[in-house]
Design a binder for this molecule. Structure first.
Ligand SMILES: C[C@@]1(CC(=O)O)C2=NC(=C\c3[nH]c(c(CCC(=O)O)c3CC(=O)O)Cc3[nH]c(c(CC(=O)O)c3CCC(=O)O)/C=C3\N/C(=C\2)[C@@H](CCC(=O)O)[C@]3(C)CC(=O)O)/[C@H]1CCC(=O)O
Ligand SMILES: NC(=O)c1ccc[n+]([C@@H]2O[C@H](COP(=O)([O-])OP(=O)(O)OC[C@H]3O[C@@H](n4cnc5c(N)ncnc54)[C@H](O)[C@@H]3O)[C@@H](O)[C@H]2O)c1
Length: 194
């Protein structure tokens, strides 16, 4: 069974093999998390707006050398056999691999993600219905709108202040809980008092 964890991608290196629709989306997702990404495609088409953390390489994938030094690999070619070979080579080397057409054997898969500042909500159906995943994501985007980024930033400041100043563990817990019921305007007023 797969379970969610949040990885720290800073300083990590990822290889995405196959820079088609899915591979390019994965490369951009990983780059967005701060990962250094190399994307290899035999027909590489560099996008109009290249992404800073992505090296775009036009070449056939050479598994033997391409995997060296990689922390994560995504096999996203349209060749099932090649994708399976990439997974096998990663297993031998102890590198975690995602195969875009084989969630069952992948070491990790890509959930759908809603981000609001420090808030991360991820949704996944383990490949059962990515369409339902996308629907649930849209519902969450509406419920947890952009204002949650501001709300969290205020809550963070207040939490740090309470942790520093409040000595009683019970009072600490109670005050932290009370804060989550406040509106943004009320939170702003609380921050001004710090
Ligand atoms: C969340 C998101 C993240 C991302 O991909 O970045 C994602 N799929 C997204 C879009 C999307 N997926 C598909 C379509 C075409 C329309 C449709 O059919 O609905 C579209 C729409 C589009 O492409 O625009 C179909 C599809 N998906 C998979 C297969 C292969 C298979 O099932 O074998 C096929 C059938 C292929 C075929 O038959 O053609 C497999 C996976 N897709 C996953 C994630 C993983 C499981 C997630 C889960 O179950 O929750 C997993 C296992 C991949 C993995 O992570 O290894 C992203 C939404 C972005 C967002 O809105 O946030
Ligand atoms: N996970 C998802 O959300 C999802 C959605 C649709 C499709 N898929 C699956 O993901 C895979 C890729 O789908 P896509 O729509 O991105 O396909 P695509 O055809 O757009 O991209 C595949 C890319 O792989 C490249 N490629 C093929 N052989 C190569 C090699 N030897 N070396 C380097 N590059 C090579 C091709 O040039 C092509 O650009 C398919 O197997 C598909 O079934 C997954």
């Amino acid at each position: 069974m797969k379970g969610p964890i949040l990885l720290n991608f800073k300083g990590k290196k990822a290889l995405v093999i196959g820079g088609g629709k899915v591979g390019m989306r994965r490369a951009e997702t990983l780059a967005g998390y701060g990962c250094s990404v190399t994307c290899v495609d035999k027909n590489m088409e560099v996008p109009e707006k290249p992404v800073e953390n992505i090296r775009y390489i036009k070449a056939y994938c050479r598994i033997e050398t391409a995997l060296d030094g990689m922390d994560l690999v995504v096999a996203a070619t349209d060749q099932r056999e090649l994708n399976a070979q990439i997974l096998e080579s990663c297993k031998i080397r102890g590198i975690w691999c995602n195969v875009s057409d084989d969630p069952e054997h992948s070491d990790f898969i890509f959930p759908s993600v809603v981000r609001r500042g420090d808030l991360t909500i991820s949704v996944c159906t383990d490949g059962a219905s990515p369409t339902l995943t996308a629907q649930i994501k849209r519902e969450l985007e509406e419920k947890y709108n952009e204002s949650y980024a501001e709300r969290l930033s205020l809550l963070k400041q207040l939490r740090l202040h309470i942790l520093k100043t409040e000595t009683s563990p019970e009072a600490k817990k109670r005050r932290l809980k009370e804060l989550t019921a406040l509106t943004i305007e009320e939170l702003q007023r609380e921050v001004e008092k710090i």
